[in-house]
Write a protein that binds this ligand. Structure first.
Ligand code: CA
Ligand code: CA
Length: 300
């Protein structure tokens, strides 16, 4: 099995990153990832130490997929996510939404017991592992921090990018240069304290290159839903972007009548906030997959 060690990672997504590994379309690759703190918070007192920003939000990779050219779409099938036996969560003054009400900061080590995470003696919940950061390199000449989501993917913090999901990302440079990290054992929509249950782990993903593919990306299929994901300066702009991209997809690709598309989006589409705490905000528009099926539309 092809594998990229967590030791090979990037802090910025750019065409200039040296590939960590070369693979062929159709290959399955394992990405080993550190948590978003680069393992710098090992106990609750570590919150008081100066954290090295260069080790934050690292994305393992990049993976060079042979044959991928700018204008193509990279199909990434998430086959497996395995997480470590404990994670960490943090909040602090000035960070995220809860940070607006704080004057201090705190971190907590979160044990994973069986298929649950343990917040305290009373509160234990099912894990639902997901990938916070996943993206391709942006266009040549651009460099985007792994803390920021954008048209290339990146720090989207979308909790539906999980095992079994298929993510379509734009290819902007030769080889696509896929990188990922920032796993969460679980994260609620919004990620309001600026963290999920941050955790190290492994992702097994199959990559395929699609030529002449018109999907507006990033595009995601998970469970019984398809969704457009859009990042922008504000939640309002991200919400508009995700909705209008899905509308365009429904009309231009699936072949739905213009007004029926709007009616459908308003009646059964679910507009969700992925996160409202990163340098750009991310929203998604979810529509039942059966809509595509009923129109005979087949995903590649
Ligand atoms: Ca994140
Ligand atoms: Ca995170």
């Amino acid at each position: 099995m092809l594998k990229i060690s967590a030791k090979t990672s990037v802090r910025y997504m750019t065409a200039d990153n040296e590939p960590a590994l070369f693979c062929k379309p159709g290959d399955t690759v394992v990405f080993e990832t550190v948590d978003c703190f680069g393992g710098q918070i090992e106990c609750e007192a570590d919150v008081n130490k100066e954290l090295d920003d260069g080790r934050m939000n690292l994305a393992t990779g990049p993976l060079f997929v042979e044959g991928a050219e700018a204008g193509d779409v990279l199909k990434v099938e998430i086959k497996r996510i395995t997480i470590a036996d404990h994670g960490v969560i943090y909040e602090g003054a000035g960070e995220g939404v809860t940070g607006k009400a704080l004057t201090d900061e705190a971190a907590k080590i979160i044990p994973i017991v069986g298929d649950e995470f343990v917040l305290n003696d009373l509160l234990k919940f099912k894990i639902d592992p997901m990938i916070g950061v996943i993206g391709t390199a942006p266009k040549k000449g651009e460099s985007i921090s792994t803390s920021t989501p954008d048209y290339h993917g990146g720090n989207m913090d979308c909790n539906r990018i999980r095992e079994g999901a298929t993510l379509y990302l734009p290819v902007n440079v030769p080889g696509a240069l896929l990188a990922m990290g920032d796993l969460h054992a679980r994260m609620g929509n919004g990620e309001v304290c600026v963290c999920g249950i941050e955790i190290a782990g492994e992702v097994e993903a199959k990559v395929t290159v699609l030529k002449d593919c018109k999907y507006k990306t990033p595009f995601l299929i998970d469970g019984n839903d398809m969704m457009t994901i859009y990042s922008a300066e504000t939640v309002d702009e991200a919400a508009d972007g995700a909705t209008l991209l899905m509308r365009e997809f429904l009309i231009d690709e699936v072949g739905i009548d213009m007004h029926d598309a709007g009616f459908l989006l308003s009646a059964v589409g679910n507009l969700e906030i992925c996160q409202c705490v990163d340098p750009k905000r991310t929203c998604r528009m979810e529509v039942p997959l059966e809509v595509a099926t009923k129109y005979g539309y087949k995903f590649r």
